[in-house]
Ligand binder design. Structure first.
Ligand code: NAG
Ligand code: NAG
Ligand code: NAG
Ligand code: NAG
Ligand code: NAG
Ligand code: NAG
Ligand code: NAG
Length: 494
């Protein structure tokens, strides 16, 4: 918007002016340079927070990550099951793309997870599985005994998914025994937990709402679907996995026709929450079609929801002044957030980009994209005259739309770039009015979300979890659960 007056002024002064094309080119070059550099910072940032060797790990046990580099306000020298599982998932992505030096840490994480499962804590113990729902531990793998929002029922599901990702790699390498002895016993406990407790209330990923959380339900569904395949490959039964269709049925309850309502109860909020976008990227299946039932990144539901969510932040944050619909913006957790002053988060802004990169991958693989009544408002912000219909890959319309989506996605990375200090470190948040970093520096999850967003941008995606073979669910949902069997897992040395 500043371009026109600037060009005019420069012309008056007789200066050589950049054409809009070369300005765009310079902007793109700046972004690519940032990404290249920040990728190294982000990977190192993750590794710094892991025990035993990370420079910021403060003596954390091997395979255990601190949440962030902050002793107090907020106190993040603890380890969270969710944050670590998502982070290890990003490391497994880097590992599967060829960085074999990460394997030792992944294995240490599995060994640490086995030990953590045995720790009796305020949520309970392993004997009936209830202890697996404990959200956080001391970094020496002992119980955190102070009051907290517990249980949080996404942790075991996410940990199972991370372990299965590595377990499937072992199977592909012909290392059946290692998968069976070291990975399956940990996974089996976590799957049993999901099957037994998915229908209980718990705290959401922001540790605030006690009830049902969209992210938790979706993570549970994915874990049981891939758990079933993993169990089958190992010749093991998975009784818990039989409730997957009921969880998928329950997942539909969060869709209100316009947007995902991420929490029940909503506790006086709208329920529109980045929870929903983080869900789409977590249950992203590169081989899926644009299924609404699993809220795949390219689904009409997920795209419609993306617009509703992002638009909510435009008028919430001072830094978003002038960022109109269709332009990327700074994104936080939910507009009513007041934690640390209520600010945009790096991981939220990066997830907003990642969903779109995932969608681009899915359209490309499918060979077409559809604009429906539901997704039209999302697309119309990017391509003003777009109409509903199917756009095959060979058409000019497909190219126009996907170019616009890609540049919209890149815009979110540019927002992150704008608020990244020169040292490249990523804290939890950046200030709603000034863009200056707020809350814990070196947040493990911020770095992990940078790695996954950039991997997807680069066309690197996780293996399929076969979401499409499991899409049926009953007409009427039932709260069916399966009593679990739990046993101490004792992985052998790797
Ligand atoms: C691979 O991981 C190591 C840490 O184990 C890191 O130092 C290195 O930069 C990574 N390589 C690439 C290409 O990302
Ligand atoms: C930690 O450092 C030790 C000693 O240098 C080394 O043997 C080990 O491989 C390192 N562990 C990881 C996970 O990098
Ligand atoms: C583990 O860490 C906690 C919290 O820092 C500490 O209170 C406890 O003494 C430690 N336990 C062991 C066995 O080191
Ligand atoms: C339990 O399942 C029923 C049936 O799907 C659902 O209506 C209810 O909301 C679920 N409760 C929780 C806490 O998951
Ligand atoms: C969470 O909600 C459930 C069901 O309403 C209730 O039984 C439980 O005590 C609540 N937990 C906390 C910590 O408030
Ligand atoms: C669904 O939620 C959105 C976002 O809060 C709201 O605008 C819309 O009115 C809701 N739709 C229904 C049918 O309640
Ligand atoms: C993108 O992928 C290419 C080819 O696999 C690789 O060489 C490059 O390092 C990747 N870039 C980033 C930023 O990951």
């Amino acid at each position: 918007m500043l371009l026109k007056p600037l060009v005019a002024l420069n012309m008056l002064a007789g200066a050589v002016v950049a054409s809009p094309d070369s300005t765009l080119h310079a902007k793109k070059a700046r972004l690519e340079a940032y990404i290249q550099n920040e990728k190294t910072v982000a990977l190192q940032g993750v590794l710094n927070n892991f025990g035993p060797n990370g420079s910021l790990c403060r003596g954390a046990a091997p395979g255990v990550a601190i949440a962030g580099n902050s002793e107090t306000n907020p106190p993040y020298i603890y380890t969270w099951t969710r944050d670590t599982a998502l982070t290890v998932m990003s490391l497994i992505g880097e590992f599967l793309e060829g960085n074999s030096s990460l394997e030792q840490l992944i294995q240490q994480y599995i060994t640490a997870s086995a030990k953590m499962q045995t720790v009796t804590n305020p949520s309970g113990s392993l004997s009936d599985g209830a202890g697996l729902g404990e959200p956080k531990y001391n970094i020496n793998i002992t119980a955190f005994n102070d009051p907290w929002g517990r249980p949080q029922r996404d942790g075991p599901a996410l940990r199972a998914s991370a372990l299965i990702a590595y377990g499937n790699h072992l199977l592909a390498q012909g290392q059946q025994a290692k998968a069976l002895d070291n990975v399956w016993p940990v996974v089996s406990n976590d799957l049993a937990y999901v099957g037994e407790y998915w229908n209980g209330t718990g705290f959401d990923l922001w540790e605030e709402v006690n009830g049902s959380s969209f992210f938790t339900t979706a993570a549970q569904y994915k874990a049981l679907v891939e758990g079933e395949s993993f169990a089958t490959a190992l010749g093991k039964p998975c009784d818990a996995c039989t409730v997957a269709p009921e969880i998928l049925c329950h997942l539909q309850d969060y869709w209100n026709g316009t947007a995902v309502i991420s929490n029940y109860p909503t506790n006086g909020r709208s329920g529109v929450d980045i929870n929903s976008v983080i869900t789409s990227i977590t249950i992203f299946d590169p081989a899926a079609t644009c299924d609404d039932a699993t809220f795949q990144p390219c689904s009409a539901r997920a795209l419609a929801n993306h617009k509703v969510l992002i638009d909510g932040f435009r008028s919430t944050y001072g830094v978003n002044k002038g960022r109109e619909p269709g332009e990327a913006a700074a994104v936080g957790r939910y507009t009513e957030d007041i934690f640390m002053g209520g600010n945009p988060w790096y991981l939220a802004t990066l997830a907003s980009a990642e969903q779109l990169y995932d969608a681009l991958y899915q359209w490309d693989r499918q060979g077409s994209l559809s604009v429906t009544e539901l997704s039209l408002p999302f697309f119309r912000d990017l391509v003003a005259n777009v109409k509903t219909g199917v756009y095959p890959k060979s058409t000019r319309g497909y190219k126009t739309i996907t170019d616009a989506v890609r540049s919209y996605a890149d815009g979110f990375i540019s927002v992150v770039r704008e608020y990244t200090p020169t040292h490249g470190g990523l804290s939890e948040e950046y200030h709603r009015d000034t863009g200056v970093q707020v809350s814990a520096p070196d947040l493990t999850w911020s770095y992990a979300s940078f790695l996954t967003a950039i991997a997807r941008r680069n066309g690197s995606v996780p293996p399929s979890w076969s979401s499409s073979v499991a899409l049926t669910f009953p007409q009427k949902c039932n709260p069916t659960t399966v009593k679990g069997a739990y046993a101490t897992a004792t992985p052998s040395p790797w």
